[in-house]
Structures are given as structure tokens and as C-alpha cells.
Design a binder for this molecule. Sequence first.
Ligand code: AOS
Ligand code: ZN
Ligand code: ZN
Ligand code: ZN
Length: 425
Amino acid sequence: MQVRTQLSSLNQSGLSRHDSDYDHLSDRLSSRGLSVEDVVSQLADFQVAIPSWALGAGGTRFGRFSFYGEPGNLEQKIADVGILHALTQTAGAVSLHIPWDTPTDYAAVRDLAREYQLVFDAINSNTFQDQPGAEHTYKHGSLSATDEGARQQAIDHNLEVIAIGEKLGSKSLTVWLADGTTFPGQRNFQKSLTQTEDSLKQIYAGLPSDWKLYIEYKPYEPNFYSTVIQDWGTSLMLANACGDRAYTLVDLGHHLPNSNIEQIVSTLMLKGKLGGFHFNDSKYGDDDLTVGSIKPYALFLIFSELVYGMRNNPQNPDLAWMIDASHNIKDPLEDLIQSLEAIQEAYAKALLVDQTKLSAAQEAHDVVLCQEILQDAYRTDVRPLVQRARLNRGGALHPLRAYRALGVRDELIRQRGKHTVATGL
Ligand code: AOS
Ligand code: ZN
Ligand code: ZN
Ligand code: ZN
């Protein structure tokens, strides 16, 4: 679908309203000494990877309802991300999952991505499902398995994923393990952790010198008693054991209720060990809901720490940003547009925090002022800034409205049919 070319006429009707909103906000922010152009250009540069598995309707363990017109292969997934990027100008990368997305024709896949101005971000391995024809089962673990054959198979799979990623231009591997136990006493914690560390070191040894390894943690699910890499501390410990190019990956949904994620982010950046980020939102657990739909203030606080870290922690590398979401009742593309908007808004608000004033208020123990400074930024309606960043790159003034006005889903259903099932979770 040629979305981009149709945007300028669609944008037209809202432009004068946008200009006056932008000028008004820009006046107010400039009078505080803020460079609005800088904020807008930082927003325009901020790109988030879309995971290939978020483009179809997911499901729960009780069922799955198709949203129709879902992508049935890698090429169609890339095309979907292309549509998202054309509208939002924020989704300039795609994150693949092997074996769900193993390409057959690499050159064609690379060309297609280039055509949509997309790059391949972190590539994901899968040792949480048995693949058809696999010699060993992951039923009792993968990188932590006591069964040497299963463990070796999982290590080899990760090495193969790296080789696939290399052919596409990826520069990082994300490892998320389902390994753990469902009942007390089921396995020895120390042995599981030791095996996992050993396996990760073997994978790390096969990592090209310009690649990074991201180790994702999660407290529970699919195992409900213990997970081998349960928290950021365990992930950090493993990353340190592997080496300089191994990092912790934070997924917002992978924390026990009320965890202080902003503090975790801050600590990891101080240590130069925050590598990647999975955005989503949750009420109870790993709900994978639309970013910003449940706890927008927490998201803003997390972004404030990220911005602080990006400015003050040169020891931490650039982060790999990704949305990790699942859609049970919404059109996946609409949901992703909402998530991208929420990410940009939270980032914009965090960029407005007056760090100098905040630091002075902290020194003076002026607790009330500290809160005022944060909330002043949070309460600002930053949407004109986000819109301007998008317009400057040729995106849609209102991506969701444009998506609907262009009838994107109907067109996809026309092309792909109604009864489609996307590979993935
Ligand atoms: C699983 O809960 C993790 O969030 C993973 O990052 C991801 O969802 C999975 O690798 C997709 O299969
Ligand atoms: Zn994740
Ligand atoms: Zn998850
Ligand atoms: Zn999740």
C-alpha cells in the first residue's frame, strides 16, 4: 500500500489547527529557556522496533480470535511495519523471531525492508517451543537443561539465529528463556543457574565482535514457581559473567506488582548495562497491553530516568527499543499506533523535565518542588511536539485517523483474505 504519498492531502485539513497549537506551546516552553527544536528533533530521531509477532491477533490460553487480513509470512509482516512507519515515522525497525520468520530469500527480504526504510533490530531466538522434527525437547528446559542434548540444541539454535541475523544486518541477539519450574523441589536452583550461565557464555563466544547480547528476565510464566532468569539482578549477573557486550533487557511487563522500574533502569544505566527495552503495559502481570494504557505516569517516570541516563551515562550504549505486545481484541496495527504515540508522548514529557532545576531542588531537599518539576512536565500536553516531529519526517498528523481514513485494514483483508493466522504467539 502506498500510504506515504496519500498523507500530504490527508494532513492538509488539520494543519492550521496544528500550527496554532504548536506555536502556543512552543512560546510557553521557549520562555522557560527550552530549545523546542531540539526536543522535536530528538523525538524525530527516536525509533522503536516492531516485533514480527505483534502484527497478528494474539490470544490467550483460552482462545484466539482473528482480526482478519493478518500477515501470513515475513514479507507481509515487513509490509505491515512499513505501513506503521509511513504513518508514524517512529517504527523504523523490525525485530524478527526465529524460526517463525526464517527468510528463504535473504536478498529479497533485505530489499523489501530497505524499500520501507526499515532496519533489522535485535533478533530473537526461540527455545521455549519444540520445533517439528527437533531431536530434543525443551519440556524440562533449554539453556538450563540437565539433558545435555537439549542444552546443546538450544545453544546451537542461538548460534544459528546469530548467523541469520548477520545476513540481515542485525547487530544484537535477545535471549528470553521460559526455563524454570512449576513446583517446589522440581529442580536444583544452583544447577539451573550454573548451566544457564555456561550456555550463555558459549553463545556469547559465538557473537560477532560488533554484536550485543541482551538477556531478558521475567519473574514467572510460563513456569509459576520459579524462573531461572527471574529478575534484573540475575540478568545483570549473567551479563557480567558473559562479558562487555552482554546487557540486561528490561521488559516493562516482567516485574512483580509495584516494582520500581524507573529505579532499576537508573541503576542499570549507571553500571552501563542496560541494553534493550520492551515496551508494553500491564495491570497484573505480563499482560502485554497497549503502552501507556494503564500506568502512563509510571511510563513517564521511567522515561525521565532513561533521558537522564542518556544524557549522563556515556558508559551505557544506545538502547534497542522495542514494543512487546499482544493484541487480543484490537486491530494489531491500530494498537501499535497507539503504543507508538504513548511512547513518543512519554519521551517528550521526559525531555521537558528541567534537570538543572530538579537537581538544585534535590540538593535543597525541597521535596515539594521536586514533585512540581516532574509534574509540570507530565501535565504538559506535548502532542503538538510529537505531531511536528512526525510531520517533519513526512508522517501523518494523526496516524490513527489516517489509518482509518485510508481503509488500511479493509485493503489488507482484500489482499490477504479474511481467515488468516499470523505465526507467533
Ligand atoms: C516473553 O514473555 C518475552 O516478553 C519475550 O520478549 C517475547 O515476548 C517473546 O520472545 C516472543 O516470543
Ligand atoms: Zn519481552
Ligand atoms: Zn513478556
Ligand atoms: Zn510482555
